[in-house]
Design a protein. Structure first.
Length: 272
């Protein structure tokens, strides 16, 4: 048994007495273009965490289905928290786990907009409680991979569509799939994605909303010269989707088992 939600409190007490690590899946409820359901981020995060729990026996907490999604608010169905709210919630989850002796927490984060808030919370928890936390994001796991010529990190792109297909196929409308190239509005300041632009060989941060760079909500997260848009998702088959999911789950399963015994020796700054 690995799902905390299915345990009675005596069963939870027994499980917590035998482990020092827990997985906390976090996602978001936000738009994912014309072809993925608004629950894509939390559904994928939960499915990955659930499969890792099945494989390793590691304790898995209920999924947090809301995140920091204000940059998608123009698209109906998006439900958002402030970064401050999410950071406080994450901190208090760690605080609760620390009470039961859990000193290693792995966050399976399914939404990049959550990263700042989660990072702030885990740093605070490390300082105040000594708890070690790790943040796993599936696009980081796949960062060295080419997904049929595309990077893993795209919003409703090939990789995310595949993982959603492997997680909850009823939330995928493949016949409507389109990956929108980053909209350009200036000849010299070239937008790379919402929040990043190129200018004269350098990069500049320009915080924008999703609707500023994509009318559909899907995003390549890259300059059109590097990654063009597409409506051809024909290679994202159920077989490919399951294989990609397996790669992520296998990697994370190996990581959590190693992280159980991971430690950072105490050290002090050297004056000379």
């Amino acid at each position: 048994m690995f799902e905390l939600s299915n345990m009675t409190w005596p069963e939870a007490e027994e499980k917590l007495g035998k482990t020092n690590l827990a997985i906390v899946p976090i996602g978001a409820t936000e738009q994912h273009g014309h072809h993925l359901g608004v629950g894509a981020d939390w559904i994928q995060a939960w499915n990955i965490a659930r499969r890792v729990g099945e494989r390793t026996g590691v304790l898995v907490l209920p999924v947090m289905p809301y995140g920091v999604s204000g940059h998608h608010k123009e698209f109906p169905g998006t439900i958002t928290l402030t970064p401050e709210t999410l950071q406080e919630v994450v901190y208090e989850i760690i605080e609760s786990l620390d009470r039961y002796g859990v000193d290693r927490v792995v966050f399976m984060n399914g939404h990049g907009g959550n990263l700042g808030a989660i990072t702030g919370a885990v740093k605070e928890a490390r300082e105040n409680m000594g708890v070690l936390c790790a943040i796993v994001q599936w696009w980081d796991v796949l960062s060295s991979r080419s997904i049929h010529g595309h990077p893993a990190e795209e919003h409703a792109g090939y990789a995310e569509t595949a993982l959603m297909l492997a997680s909850r196929p009823e939330g995928v409308r493949m016949e409507r799939a389109v990956l929108t190239p980053t909209r350009q509005v200036d000849e010299e300041i070239q937008l790379v994605r919402a929040g990043l632009a190129r200018f004269k060989g350098g990069l500049v941060r320009i915080p924008l909303s999703t609707v500023d760079v994509s009318e559909t909500g899907s995003m390549t997260e890259a300059h059109p010269d590097d990654v063009p848009g597409t409506s051809d998702y024909s290679k994202i088959t159920p077989e490919f989707a399951e294989a990609l999911m397996e790669d992520v789950v296998a990697w994370m399963s190996d990581f959590v088992k190693r992280f159980e015994s991971f430690s950072v020796p105490t050290s002090r700054p050297k004056r000379e």
